[in-house]
Design a protein around this ligand. Sequence first.
Ligand SMILES: Nc1ncnc2c1ncn2[C@@H]1O[C@H](COP(=O)(O)OP(=O)(O)OP(=O)(O)O)[C@@H](O)[C@H]1O
Length: 599
Amino acid sequence: METSNKEYYSFQVNLQGMISLLSEHLYSNPNTFIRELLQNAVDAIAALRQLDEGLEGEVRIALPDPAEAHPVFSFQDNGIGLREHEIHEFLSVIGESSKRKNAEDARLFIGKFGIGLLSCFVVSEAITIETRSAFDQKGFRWSAFNDGRYHIDPVEALPIGTKVYLTPKKNYVHLFRPENFIPQIRFYGDALPESITVVANGEEKRINPDPPVWLNPEADRDALLQAGRDIFQLTFLDAVPFQTESGECAGVLYILPYKTQFSVKQHHRIYLKRMFLSETDNGLLPSWAFFVKMIVNSNALSATASRESLMQNDLLRGTRKAIGETLKSYLKSIRDIDLQVYLKIIQTHFLHLKAMAAEDDEFLRLILDDLPFETNKGLRSFKNIREQFPVIYYCADYEEFKQVQRIAEFQGVLVLNVAYTFEEELLKKIKGIRKELNIQEMSSAKLLDTFVNISAEEATRYRSFMDKLAGFTRPLHCTVSLKYFEPKDTPAIFTRADEDFAEATIKKLKASNNPFANALGSLQQQPALLNQFCLNMHNELVQNMLTLDDDYMLQAITEVLYVQALLMGKYPVSEKQMQLFNSALHSLLVMGMKNFIQI
Ligand SMILES: Nc1ncnc2c1ncn2[C@@H]1O[C@H](COP(=O)(O)OP(=O)(O)OP(=O)(O)O)[C@@H](O)[C@H]1O
């Protein structure tokens, strides 16, 4: 490609366009300048501390006096400062930063993108910076305007460090009032080791007088719980201090005192190099840890340009794994350390713990007996279930559970409702690790197997009755049977055959060399034919039906019982079935009335 005699131009950046872009998208909150100034001050102090280990970092902020004609805000640090060429190179070039020379810089500094200072233009038309480098005797004043112009003047007798001056725009004056500014700076800087002092209305206030309790390795459980109460306004079940090598994290995991939904995101406090970053967990917690609130500082993870979240990289994934391990080993040990706390955790968070146990056999073995399960006989611990019931049935589908629970209850059968996918997984796991237990899936179709069959003699006696009923129910696509079951006041139940059940029936028939097996096999495409309508021999109405010789009435009663069984089983009832019910009922009423009408 021929390029030599072409003329090249440079891109231009429209600073005002850039500022409005950043303020609308990257700096969603106009208070962002507070965080950016604080972070630059902290980075500058960290840079100087490289040369002077004993340096006591100091940040001093003076809020504007609204009584003055031109109120000015200032933000001062005793960090490394800037030389003249650095002012041109870093302060004056958007996207240029002095903090990404090497890997060590990433470890040391929070900033790296070279855009943070621009956030000051959101609240001020101009930025003035007075700075003196630790490597220079001379100081400079940099005056920059939001149209992109700047100039530099020498200034005599400046201390080492940097002082930023802003003149608040009229619509942002409120951001600089103590009642807004002090909570904001405390929000971002409460864990910083540098002293931060705010001067307002002639008064000085240090906003971070004490090192945070949650970072103190000596703090005991009570002190950590008290810190949790102060920070999150909650009395937690427990506080779990932790440290991870990956991501160089330290902090506390607080166990929530109330049940939480799987989808609800918790608010946390995430700090980067002890400066507040975000309230969302940023992927630091494993997906099952919905029951904790976390306060954590990382010295090694990186923030995104918006400075509101963490970069999703291998380091973050490693840190998440380490935090997950910490939480698991805490849960594994708390039973022996404090049984009361352990039981409270189980009671409150058993769903999340089940999700966890489904992924971890060792943990499952440890807590299995204490885990509660919802059953047709109320909430019961697994220990109680396995000790009292020789067969543990479960329904993996809530609709199915609703259908079987009443009848199962009367059969003395215990059925677990394991509607969450992980609960079914968990039961499969339990089957694997506790082979001696008889755990079986239950469906309304299988429930029929638990009913008592009529005797051979009864079968012969009621053959013609059953043939008639089969004729009535054939158009309804279901087979009919007669059995003894509880409760006695239930005349009939309907069960829909699931495909597994259909297959099992065919297998059974094949095993017994039954000639119907092949015919049934071809019906498998229409499993509806295997739906069952089962009449209860214990029921008085059914007993009366057996002696009825009016076929017209028998059909009407059968149809009413059929739709009633659908309704009782909470199966959907179609319009056609409702019509059938109405006309059968109508026939019965007419037949009933005839008995009283004088002809
Ligand atoms: N208080 C300060 N002391 C010394 N140098 C500073 C100070 N504030 C800003 N600078 C210099 O100006 C540069 C640009 O600052 P800016 O806040 O825009 O970006 P950054 O901090 O490098 O990165 P980021 O956009 O990720 O915050 C910095 O890299 C640093 O060299």
